[in-house]
Design a protein around this ligand. Structure first.
Ligand code: PHE
Length: 339
């Protein structure tokens, strides 16, 4: 009996020795160590032996089993390590291969102009305020000194949702809202945002456009403060050699009011002026409605069209380019972070 066991062990060990893959190793394991494997079957033979021989036989079978198990374990370690080495070799990553190209977008040219103007004014202590595009008549017109039947409303016809609600025609309602919020305290704000007017779209008109308005209210505000803010903005946007020209104008919410032109050099070398924005000193009625005593507080305000700035700066021939999302147009403004 012992001889059979020794043979069995030798056979198992020599098979293990020759095994070259983990699969084959598993086959050997099943053949010898599974429930119906040779070694387990030997255990079954215990029952056929006389009682006194059983313990010795059992011990030997166990010993054989342990030896084979140990050999199997060692072989498994070796084969697993070899498999690992092989997969490391095969899956080796070439870090010098070129990576994927990621498409990087950029901000819209109008956003670039807005952010540039915001940066400038924030540096001068202004805060940025925003408000709703769907606005109440009260803030859009009445608080801007435009009563229900004011003839100047014709200049700013818009899209009405009902009698009271409309798409705002300018960002001035943000000024009205901020005045009320500040409860009579001095303020310095700019308000960027989309505005809407009834208009027939063509290369220079759009029913939707973008404005930035500025408003400063304090005790000793004069026209000189307004002029300084305008000149600073114009030179920041177009260059230090530029000048501004003010022409008397009319807005219901400012008195006096001006149109502001910026200088440019014409093809023949002479100086020309082109209109870029409206401005003025805040009308006493607007101050009053906003909660400021016009005897104590004064203010200046200006409103500039963002498209107009971008058109002049980049020589754009059609305002509609800003809204049609043609990637060939937009790509020209990639990387123009500081305009
Ligand atoms: N809100 C005016 C407009 O849209 C612009 C403006 C603002 C003019 C502030 C003067 C002062 O026409």
């Amino acid at each position: 009996m012992n001889e059979t066991l020794t043979k069995l062990k030798d056979a198992a060990l020599s098979k293990l020795n020759q095994v070259e893959t983990l699969n084959d190793l598993e086959t050997v394991r099943v053949e010898y160590l599974s429930k119906k494997g040779h070694i387990s079957l030997m255990m079954g033979k215990l029952r056929d032996l006389p009682n006194e021989e059983r313990p010795a036989f059992g011990q030997i079978v166990n010993q054989v089993k342990q030896e084979v198990e140990q050999a199997l374990y060692e072989k498994k370690q070796i084969l697993e390590y070899a498999a690992l080495l092989e997969s490391l070799q095969k899956e080796h990553i070439d870090v010098t291969l070129p990576g994927y190209q990621f498409y990087q977008g950029s901000t819209h040219p109008l956003t670039q102009v807005i952010e540039d103007i915001e940066d400038l004014f924030m540096g001068m202590g202004y805060t940025v305020e925003e408000g709703p595009e769907l606005e109440n008549d009260h803030y859009n017109f009445e608080m801007m000194n435009l009563d229900k039947d004011h003839p100047a409303r014709d200049m700013q016809d818009t899209f009405f949702v009902d009698e009271q609600m409309l798409l705002r025609t300018h960002t001035s309602p943000v000024q009205a809202r901020t005045m009320l919020k500040m409860k009579g305290e001095p303020l310095k704000i700019i308000c960027p945002g989309k505005v809407y007017r009834r208009d027939d779209d063509d290369p220079t008109h759009s029913h939707q456009f973008t404005q930035i308005e500025g408003l400063v209210i304090d005790k000793n505000i004069t026209f000189a403060h307004l002029k300084d803010a305008l000149l600073t903005m114009v030179r920041h946007l177009f260059g230090p050699e530029r000048n501004i020209r003010l022409r008397p104008s009319y807005f219901p919410f400012t008195e006096p009011s001006v149109e502001v032109d910026v200088s440019y050099v014409k093809k023949d070398g002479s100086i020309g002026y082109i209109e870029i924005l409206g401005a003025g000193l805040v009308h006493p009625n607007v101050l009053k409605m906003g909660g400021y005593d016009p005897e104590v507080y004064k203010g200046f305000a200006f409103g500039v069209g963002v498209e107009r700035i971008a058109i002049l700066k980049y020589n754009i021939d059609d305002i509609r380019h800003f809204y049609t999302n043609d990637i060939r147009f937009l790509n020209q403004f990639k990387g123009v972070n500081k305009i």
